[in-house]
Design a protein around this ligand. Structure first.
Ligand SMILES: *Cc1c(COP(=O)(O)O)cnc(C)c1O
Length: 350
C-alpha cells in the first residue's frame, strides 16, 4: 500500500511531529543546509520521541556535531573518486562495477559515507550520462556483476530503473545485477507489483537491504521483503556498526536474527567509514570484533555477517575478524583454546 503521507524534509516538520524541541530548530536547520534531511513516514513512526537515545532518531535526525569534522575524517572516505572512469561508475575490482544512477535517498543517514555527494541538485544522471555509463559497462567483457547503488536506486521511477536493468540484462557478460537499497525499510510501499515485474529478468537480481536496528523490520517492511523474495529476488543484509544504535552485541544479535527470520541473509557488517562529522557514531575495531565473537558464540551460522573495513583511499574492503587462530591454538565458539597442528606457534595466523 503506498504511503500517502509526506516525508519530513524540514526542521519544522520534525518539530511539528514532536521529534525535536522547537528551540533546536535553528541549529538543526544549519546542519540540514549542509547535509540534506529526510525521514519517511514509515521511519518517523519507528521513533519514540520520549527516548532521548532512540536508535532510529539517532540515525536520521541531524545533530550539531555534524558540522565539526574531526582531523582524520575525509569527504571521500572510501576513494570513490579515484576509481570513477565516467560519471555514475565506480570501478575498483575487475569483475564488478558500481552504477549510481541517482544520488537521492528516501532517508538521509547522518553517518553516510557519501554524504558529500548525495542529495544535491544534480543528483540524477542525465539520459546522455546514463548512456555513457552503460556503454562503459557494455564494452568490458570482464564485468560479471553490476551493483546499482546511489543514493538509492529504488528512488527511480520503476520504468526508469526497469530500463536500466533491461539494458544490463542484454549484456551477455553481466551475469548478476545487485541493488543496494533502504527503500524496503524506509518506504515499503514503493515495492510494487510494477517494480517487481520490471526486475523479473533472465539475469538474476539480488537486493541488499540496508538495516541497522531490529525495530526497522516493522510489519510493512517485512511484508515488502516477502514480496521481493516471492518475486525471486534473494535478499542480503547490509549493516553499519554504529555507536548508540547497534553497538550492543545483544541488539546486533536481535538484528541478525530478525533479518534471517525475514529471509535476509546478513552479508556485511561495515565498520563505519570516516566521513565528515560522523565521530558520534564511531566505535573501535575491537568493539566490532567483540560483537562478532558474541554472534559466533550464540547465533546460527545464517546470522553471521562478514565484518569489513573499507580501506581509506580506495583500496577496497577487507574482512577484519575476529581471528580465531593464535600461537599454535584455535579458539572455539565458547572461548576455549585447542591445539591445532596447522597454526604456527608464536603468532596470529589470520
Ligand atoms: C563495496 C564495493 C563493491 C562491492 O563489493 P562486494 O565485496 O562485492 O560486496 C564493488 N565496488 C566498489 C567500488 C565498492 O565500494
Amino acid at each position: 500500500m503506498a504511503d500517502r503521507r509526506r516525508s519530513l524534509l524540514h526542521p519544522q516538520d520534525l518539530a511539528a511531529r514532536g521529534l525535536i524541541p522547537p528551540e533546536a530548530m535553528v541549529d538543526i536547520a544549519r546542519v540540514a543546509a549542509r547535509y540534506r534531511l529526510a525521514l519517511t513516514p514509515a521511519v518517523a513512526d519507528l521513533i519514540d520521541p520520549a527516548d532521548p537515545a532512540d536508535p532510529i532518531a539517532r540515525q536520521f535526525i541531524p545533530h550539531p556535531e555534524e558540522l565539526q569534522p574531526a582531523a582524520d575524517e575525509n569527504p571521500d572516505p572510501i576513494g570513490d573518486a579515484t576509481h570513477s572512469p565516467v560519471k555514475g561508475i565506480v570501478h575498483r575490482y575487475p569483475d564488478r562495477v558500481l552504477l549510481t544512477p541517482i544520488l537521492h535517498c528516501p532517508v538521509y543517514c547522518r553517518y553516510c559515507f557519501r554524504r558529500e555527494t548525495v542529495g544535491g541538485d544534480q543528483a540524477v544522471l542525465s539520459a546522455g550520462e546514463l548512456t555513457l555509463a552503460l556503454d562503459y559497462i557494455r564494452r568490458r567483457d570482464d564485468i560479471w556483476e553490476v551493483v546499482i547503488t546511489g543514493g538509492d536506486p529504488l528512488m527511480l521511477a520503476p520504468a526508469a530503473l526497469g530500463a536500466i536493468v533491461a539494458a544490463l540484462d542484454a549484456m551477455a557478460q553481466v551475469r548478476v545485477i545487485r541493488l543496494h537499497s533502504r527503500v524496503p525499510i524506509s518506504d515499503p510501499g514503493r515495492v510494487t507489483d510494477d517494480l517487481l515485474a520490471r526486475l523479473d529478468l533472465a539475469t538474476p537480481v539480488w537486493l541488499a537491504v540496508h538495516c541497522n536496528h531490529p525495530r526497522e523490520l516493522a510489519p510493512a517492511a517485512a511484508a515488502a521483503c516477502r514480496r521481493l523474495t516471492k518475486a525471486g529476488i534473494p535478499l542480503l543484509g547490509q549493516t553499519v556498526l554504529l555507536r548508540g544504535v547497534n553497538d550492543d552485541p545483544l541488539i546486533l544479535e536481535q538484528l541478525m536474527r530478525a533479518m534471517v527470520a525475514n529471509r535476509i541473509k546478513p552479508y556485511y557488517l561495515h565498520h563505519l567509514d570516516p566521513a565528515p562529522g560522523t565521530a558520534r557514531f564511531r566505535t573501535g575495531l575491537a568493539e566490532g570484533q567483540a560483537a562478532m565473537r558474541h554472534l559466533r558464540g550464540r547465533a546460527s551460522g545464517l546470522c553471521q555477517p562478514t565484518y569489513v573495513l573499507d580501506i581509506p583511499g580506495g583500496h577496497g574492503k577487507v574482512p577484519v575478524g575476529p581471528c580465531y587462530l593464535h600461537d599454535g591454538r584455535v579458539t572455539d565458539w565458547q572461548g576455549q583454546q585447542h591445539d591445532y597442528p596447522d597454526v604456527a606457534p608464536g603468532r596470529s595466523s589470520c
